[in-house]
Design a binder for this molecule. Structure first.
Ligand code: CTP
Length: 400
């Protein structure tokens, strides 16, 4: 099951700096099953090459009214391209292109495609903040809205000019989410609650020191974001991490220790449909937390440790209707160890990542995962971003 399976998306790229992100956009759409063709304005080629886009889209890229084989010129049929598409997505849409679209100008192939397309049109504006807020651009956007074009919001942040503010093109993932929402009005996780544990836990030794680990929380946060985009209402219980999330569907509960994470999980577990344990919970905590800072008066120091509660095992023991997914981070004997955890903790699935794989594991933004179902059937994925891993994980869960 791919969320954009069989959807034909015609991507129109105009000449703004955000065009450098379009190969990622194309890649993301294709990963979800879409077919993508690209039309570029001549100015867009200054920012991203047709070769890159042809390679990632696995399709010819169009930018002129005729193909450049001079002996045998071919007309790039803008009408056929417009009719082929289920959606025309113009990203980035520069001030110039927006103005031309609003006023029926047709001096490049992209504008000709736009004027002849009958399919829904999505527009992702991108420009500097003062240009974006200028009444002329705001009027053009209103005109395009009156044509029933779907205008995506702009992002806020650093701009190519060095200024900061509103005007950035939405990130590829956000654009993809808008298309998923459009094609799948009944989102697969709508009305479902998903609980996710993320990040490390810190187990206090004294008021200053703790036992912790290198987990960054990136995988758990990516799982939360993707679930929210699929319509779920997400409870994300995270240990200390620098990761941030700002999504209306995500309730973030920050905790520090394994005990605190366990308390929050117990509070929410009964009401959720899916629970995913992505946290690297400390397996041991100091037997006693010293009330005062330990002084280095002795040459050696021994700490007495006791086990923390295994939160995932608790969920496995108490689950009723919930789908329960665990993670296994292994260094050796990976498959065997992961299958052992799947059984021991009464899981419905387990995601294995190996520290032996380059680019997988802690801190990095990529991961290489193997999904093991309860019946021990296995699906392995290549090294990809943690967001893409999260999408693959939900595809495995939803396929059941
Ligand atoms: N886990 C948990 N609570 C713990 C320890 C682990 O919820 N106290 C969860 C993790 O979030 C992960 C899974 O259990 O989903 C596997 O964790 P891992 O540390 O790899 O497994 P352990 O059972 O602790 O086994 P070991 O450390 O011996 O490999």
């Amino acid at each position: 099951m791919s969320l954009l399976s069989g959807k034909k998306i015609l991507l129109g790229i105009s000449g703004g700096i955000a065009a450098y992100k379009t190969p990622l956009l194309v890649r993301g759409l294709i990963k979800l099953g879409a077919e993508v063709k690209v039309v570029m304005t001549p100015a867009a080629k200054e920012f991203v090459t047709p070769l890159t886009l042809a390679t990632v889209s696995k399709n010819e890229v169009y930018s002129t009214f005729t193909a450049t084989d001079l002996d045998n010129p071919v007309w790039n049929d803008h009408v056929a391209l417009g009719l082929w598409a289920d959606v025309l997505l113009i990203a980035p849409a520069t001030s110039n292109t927006l103005s031309a679209m609003a006023h029926g100008r047709c001096n490049n192939l992209l504008l000709a495609v736009y004027l002849s397309a009958k399919c829904p049109v999505f527009v992702a504006p991108a420009m500097d903040l003062d240009m974006y807020s200028h009444p002329s651009n705001q009027n053009n956007l209103k005109t395009l809205t009156s044509f029933k074009n779907k205008i995506l919001p702009v992002g806020e942040g650093p701009l190519a000019s060095g200024l900061e503010g509103k005007g950035r093109m939405l990130e590829p993932q956000e654009i993809i989410t808008s298309l998923i929402n459009f094609f799948t009005p009944k989102l697969p996780l709508k009305d479902k609650q998903v609980l996710i544990t993320a990040g490390p836990t810190y187990e206090a030794i004294d008021p200053v020191r703790f036992i912790g680990n290198h987990a960054s929380g990136k995988m758990g946060f990516a799982l939360a974001e993707v679930a929210a985009n699929l319509g779920a209402s997400v409870i994300l219980i995270s240990g200390p991490t620098a990761e941030k999330i700002n999504h209306p569907n995500v309730k973030l509960i920050r905790v520090v220790s394994a005990d605190a994470m366990f308390e929050k999980v117990k509070e929410h577990f009964d009401s959720v449909a899916i629970a995913i344990a992505a946290a690297a919970v400390a397996d041991f905590k100091p037997d006693k937390v010293k009330a005062q800072k330990i002084k280095k008066e002795k040459a050696n120091l021994s700490l007495s440790l006791k086990p923390t509660e295994d939160i995932l095992a608790y969920m496995g023991l108490h689950k009723k209707h919930q789908y329960l997914l665990g993670f296994a981070l292994e260094t050796d004997n990976e498959l065997e160890n992961a299958k052992g955890k799947l059984q021991r903790k009464n899981l419905d699935g387990i995601v294995l990542n190996s520290l032996q794989d380059k680019g997988a594991g802690f801190s990095v933004s990529t991961n290489k995962i193997t999904f093991i179902h309860a019946d021990h059937s296995i699906k392995s994925f290549p090294l990809q971003s943690k967001i893409e891993c999260a999408q693959c994980i939900y595809e495995q869960i939803l396929a059941l």
